[in-house]
Design a protein around this ligand. Sequence first.
Ligand code: GAP
Length: 514
Amino acid sequence: MAQQEDVFKKIVSHCKEYGFVFPSSDIYDGLGAVYDYGQNGVELKNNIKQYWWQFMTLLHDNIVGIDSAIFMHPTIWKASGHVDAFNDPLIDNRDSKKRYRADVLIEDQIAKYDEKIDKEVAKAAKRFGDAFDEAQFRATNARVLENQAKRDALHERFSVAMNANDLEGLKQIIIDEEIACPISGTRNWTDVRQFNLMFSTEMGSTAEGASKIYLRPETAQGIFVNYLNVQKTGRMKIPFGIAQIGKAFRNEIVARQFIFRMREFEQMEMQFFVKPGTELQWFEEWKKRRMAWHQALGFGAENYRFHDHEKLAHYANAASDVEFHMPFGFKEVEGIHSRTDFDLSQHAKFSGKKIEYFDPEENRSYTPYVIETSIGVDRMFLSVMCHSYEEQKLADGQTRTVLHLPAALAPIKLAVFPLTKKDGLPEKAREIVNELQYHFKCVYEEKDQIGKRYRRQDAIGTPFCVTVDPDTLTDGCVTLRDRDTMEQQRVKIEDLRSLIEDKVSITSLLKKLK
Ligand code: GAP
């Protein structure tokens, strides 16, 4: 575990050192849970967004995109339930003055029981070797059974308190479990309070009467309130989807784990409008399609799992998360929700507008049901980084840090190096960049020895490097080096485009999905 935490720390500093992610307002010592993307980060992030956008809008002829404003009519958030219910339960420790999410403190306690059980199992596995029967051990070992019983009882109490919004109940659990503040070590807790996660600001000058508006906490509502506009102007027939990528804002109480939980982040959301009664079939279908999208990146099926929600939001009749194996455990990257007709019906009620679909096949109107797929760009970015980062021991005893980014997502696809800065080699190398830069992102580099230049490109995940040497000027060939295998081959300059373009294009990923 500690080793995994070290790896995570290294990934965070790698992100800063190589221009992927910087703390926001860095020269002012940062701003809590807000981050900026640097010169390489923005390219990787844009590629992730392209991959998602093209999957949705190119591969599905019944999905179109929109880009709605961040500021929206304040009644939208009343209708959606966010004003009244978009809360987290918070608790303060009076000694450290630190604020925590009560539910997270309890979840961490549940995880501690899991860890104790896993430790017992690991110890026994080591002791018994090949003869070890894990299922039998878990079913019979006294210490495992005792911890399992405590864990299950806590989990049950926690679920009941959360489902009933029982804040006193949550505090009582924290007291009974003797949960202490990790900073002060004391159990001097305040009561648990609800804390609304929406940021608000004022629109308009006070003279004309300013009104309180919110920074959107999800992009989805911009889609719901445009349902009629898009359906009518696009003459969309159910089932159809509307996709959107954009910023969302949440005043997270506890912002942890780098870009995993941010106060300003980006979402890629798609609402798929279906006939009532067909939603659970579509829910299963979208689970499949989204999992295929993730797995096409080649990170290994074993690193993904679904986590079905036990506690459903009041408007949902099914919900499942796609979780990815991060260095700090399996964590949610995407949510897939069957949201019934809740949002459209609420907006119809609050706006007074009829929001329905006339189904020509059934000759009747109804309020469509909605399947939502919602993924955080930043979390996706983090999962890509975590999986790609490697400190590789080489045969000669040296270590190289390499990002095995899927080539289609890599910020730079090709780096072109002249072997030396003389004899016309820089000019030839620049000629290659000038030719290929129309097709994919290339850079020219002449500083330092070739070995150092390779290492710099490995560290930012550039899949291909090309070296121009004196022979190039006579035979028209260059050395093409592969990031992952470090193998080098001599190829003709005119073949470079065809050798590289396919491998680094988003299309290469999309083709795996058809
Ligand atoms: N419209 C549904 C919705 O917003 P959600 O589960 O609250 O659902 C969807 O969020 C996704 O947005 C999450 O799976 C996660 O990837 C991302 N996300 C949510 N809160 C985030 C935060 N504070 N920082 C970064 N990403 C976040």
